[in-house]
Design a binder for this molecule. Structure first.
Ligand SMILES: NC(=O)c1ccc[n+]([C@@H]2O[C@H](COP(=O)([O-])OP(=O)(O)OC[C@H]3O[C@@H](n4cnc5c(N)ncnc54)[C@H](O)[C@@H]3O)[C@@H](O)[C@H]2O)c1
Ligand SMILES: [Zn+2]
Ligand SMILES: [Zn+2]
Length: 378
């Protein structure tokens, strides 16, 4: 089939993106689903900071590529052997899709499954297929999803069925922002009731972490950002304090209101100054959960003796250590109960023509989650 999609031919183009146009809106060809594949009509796709990092070239990708890695839509066709989904099902599209039969999958860590990660980094689907093309030349898949398109072929393991009454423009955010933010709190850190936590970066990921910390019963939730425009929403969603990371007294202030530092700091901005500050405001014996992602080869430094003598730990959290078919339905239920008001994070709906401008808004921190509607409406 022929469909509209946002294609990136080159990484590293400069901001403003409204002028450099990293995404070209093209009519591309998409092959139908083969065995073990699913055709999804993409109804909504979120714009994540990781998309901005790909545009900026921080992590190299196979090009040209159709962007987008969090989405929601409706199953339109299933390939041979797909039995757990059928046409008409509403689904969340997520990057995580384990093979189901390796050591990491058996230990419920599908986000780390090598046999899926390798083809994904080569721009292919988990089964090694490439289904996108333009004038006969291959176009690669982004993270096995490529949700900046009207349709997508994915592995069924990247899809989680959701109730039909969940608005798809909200559901899209569960594919990355919710699983990553909430999952880092529930799965990676296992925040206990009464904990004190700090969240660095009050964007799509950080605000989900913040809402999850509240659900987990954290007694102090300190939102940290360099953009004070993010503070009002953070407070409404459960931050007990908000701190400007650029305030020279910020570290001293957080250490004093937490009686020596937070139990757990979540770095959700992707900035090394935030990592340094997260370390400085974490109490002895505490943990720094590293969620933000920078350039592939970037190195971070810390005072090693302090790490040892204060028994601190830095821990990575990829896609919220999620098991999609276990976690997404439970996060959707929390949303329906009003405990995880993910809809509050949607800044605006956009169409293909606004995609490059939307990168600028995200880059300047003027929005939380912008949602692309590839068909013009949900
Ligand atoms: N680990 C994972 O699996 C995973 C998944 C998705 C995204 N990410 C990464 O998470 C990060 C956040 O993504 P997002 O979509 O929420 O981004 P976003 O742009 O919506 O939000 C980032 C926020 O960080 C703030 N910030 C920048 N520098 C800061 C500093 N020094 N201290 C405190 N706050 C600071 C910005 O003002 C902004 O509000 C990105 O690095 C992204 O690539 C990681
Ligand atoms: Zn993302
Ligand atoms: Zn596996």
């Amino acid at each position: 089939m022929r469909m509209k999609a946002a294609v990136m031919y080159e990484q590293g183009l400069p901001a403003p993106y409204a002028d450099s146009h990293p995404f070209h809106i093209e009519e591309v060809d998409l092959e139908g689903p083969g065995p073990g594949e699913v055709l999804v009509e993409v109804r909504a796709a979120g714009l994540c900071h990781s998309d901005l990092s790909q545009v900026a070239g921080l992590r190299k990708r196979k090009l040209p590529v159709v962007g987008g890695h969090e989405g929601a839509g409706i199953v339109r066709e299933v390939g041979a052997g797909v039995t757990d989904l059928k046409p008409g099902d509403h689904v969340v599209m997520t990057v995580v899709s384990g093979c189901g039969h390796c050591r990491t999958c058996f230990t419920l860590r599908p986000a780390l499954c090598q046999s899926v990660t390798l083809p994904r980094t080569q721009g292919l689907l988990a089964n090694g297929a490439c289904k996108l093309s333009l004038r006969g030349e291959p176009i690669y898949h982004y993270s096995g999803i490529s949700a900046f398109a009207q349709y997508a072929i994915t592995s069924p393991k990247s899809l989680v069925r959701i109730p039909d009454d969940v608005p798809l423009d909200v559901a899209a955010m569960f594919g990355c922002a919710v699983v990553t933010g909430a999952g880092s709190v529930f799965n990676t850190a296992k925040v206990a009731p009464g904990s004190s936590v700090a969240i660095f970066g009050l964007g799509g990921i950080g605000l989900n972490g913040l809402m999850a910390a509240k659900v987990a019963g954290a007694s102090q939730i300190i939102g940290v950002d360099i953009n004070e425009g993010k503070f009002a929403l953070a407070r409404e969603l459960g931050a007990t304090d908000v701190v400007n990371a650029r305030d020279p007294k910020a570290v001293e202030h957080v250490r004093s209101i937490t009686n020596g530092g937070v139990d757990i700091a979540f770095e959700m901005s992707g900035s090394f100054p935030a990592m340094t500050m997260a370390n400085a405001i974490t109490r002895r014996g505490g943990e720094i959960i590293c969620v933000g992602l920078g350039a592939t080869d970037a190195q971070f430094q810390y005072a090693h003796a302090g790490l040892v003598t204060e028994e601190k730990s830095f821990r990575g959290s990829f896609m919220g250590s999620c098991v999609p078919e276990r976690d997404i339905p439970s996060y959707i239920e929390m949303y329906r109960q009003g405990r995880l008001p993910v809809d509050r994070l949607k800044s605006e709906s956009i169409d293909f023509d606004r995609l490059n401008v939307s990168l600028d808004l995200l880059d300047r921190g003027e929005v939380v989650r912008q949602i692309l509607l590839p068909h013009g409406s949900v």
